[in-house]
Unconditional design. Structure first.
Ligand code: GLN
Length: 291
């Protein structure tokens, strides 16, 4: 018999030694979430019961999940979900795990949608490379006068996006489409938003094992300079954006904003604005035309 508190403390130390967690706070958080998963308890209850004995089947199951985490499987894949922008998204291998960086893209997209002259009727939005559905579903949930097309070339991603769409009851306002970038759009849209792959190929192998070995390369690898997919999208914009008021918002990696801004200005017109994420990194490039 072991006290739950010491079981979790030892697990946190093991997570730090394996370089899965950066510090004790993160290690404890991960251990508490894994224990909550097997015991059906909230994280608060897990902490409150620290003085009780932990034994039997629950400990065995906990050790199973901990073993997976120690081999660098991402916590979100073990739990099957990740919270982002106050919403819980189902994820699985093959689907990029929502990141806090992308909350900036969601915020900036919502601001553009609300400012768009069509906001009192309907703004048509395309979320390209939707993955778990994160950006399109968050926009649809928080801006009611929208019709969202969420596009992806991965059927695994679209299946997850479909489950998440159902979870948030957004079936009537979010259309999921398979295809390459904007190609399958049935009509022109007012706003294009996207978190496309933008990591330069050579950088992929330097990423944490959790990302490199588990997350889909197709959602990360942007080719030699990281901008291959963004360039391909920009090349499709003229055909799929309305001629009237329009906006394009793209998430980018460190140091990519000015080049992407130039590409977008050349096609959409207007002057690009660059938005910082919470870590102060230039994360989102926005171009608006006509509003
Ligand atoms: N920010 C992500 C990472 O560095 C990359 C996401 C992307 O390529 N869109 O892991």
């Amino acid at each position: 018999m072991t006290a739950l508190r010491s079981l979790l403390h030892d697990a946190a130390l093991a997570l730090i030694s394996a370089r899965c967690s950066d510090d004790l706070d993160e290690g404890r958080l991960e251990a508490e979430l894994l224990y909550g998963e097997v015991s059906g308890l909230s994280r608060a209850s897990v902490i409150a019961r620290g003085g009780e004995e932990a034994s039997g089947e629950t400990v065995t199951q906990f050790e199973g999940l901990l073993g997976r985490r120690l081999s660098h499987e991402p916590l979100a894949y073990i739990l099957g979900r990740r919270e982002c922008y106050g919403m819980t998204f189902e994820v699985e291998p093959g689907v990029l795990i929502p990141r806090p960086d992308t909350e900036t893209l969601i915020e900036v997209t919502l601001t553009a949608v609300r400012a768009h002259p069509g906001a009192r009727r309907l703004v048509r939005v395309a979320d390209v490379g939707t993955g778990s559905g994160l950006v399109g579903l968050a926009v649809a949930k928080h801006a009611v006068a929208t019709k969202v097309y969420s596009l992806d070339s991965s059927t695994t991603a679209l299946a997850a996006a479909g489950r998440n769409r159902k979870r948030f009851g957004l079936e009537s306002r979010v259309v999921l489409l398979a295809g390459y970038l904007l190609e399958s759009l049935p009509e022109r849209v007012d706003v294009v938003t996207a978190n496309l792959p933008y990591v330069p190929t050579a950088v992929i192998e330097t990423l944490a094992a959790e990302v490199r070995e588990w997350e889909p390369a197709g959602a990360l690898d942007g080719g030699a300079d990281g901008l291959d997919v963004i360039r391909a999208l920009v090349g499709q914009l003229a055909e799929h954006l309305v001629d009237g008021p329009r906006a394009v918002l793209l998430e980018v990696g460190v140091g990519q904003a000015s080049e992407v801004a130039e590409l977008m200005e050349a096609v959409v017109g207007g002057t690009a604005r660059v938005h910082l994420d919470l870590g102060g990194v230039e994360r989102v490039v926005e171009v608006r035309r006509g509003f």
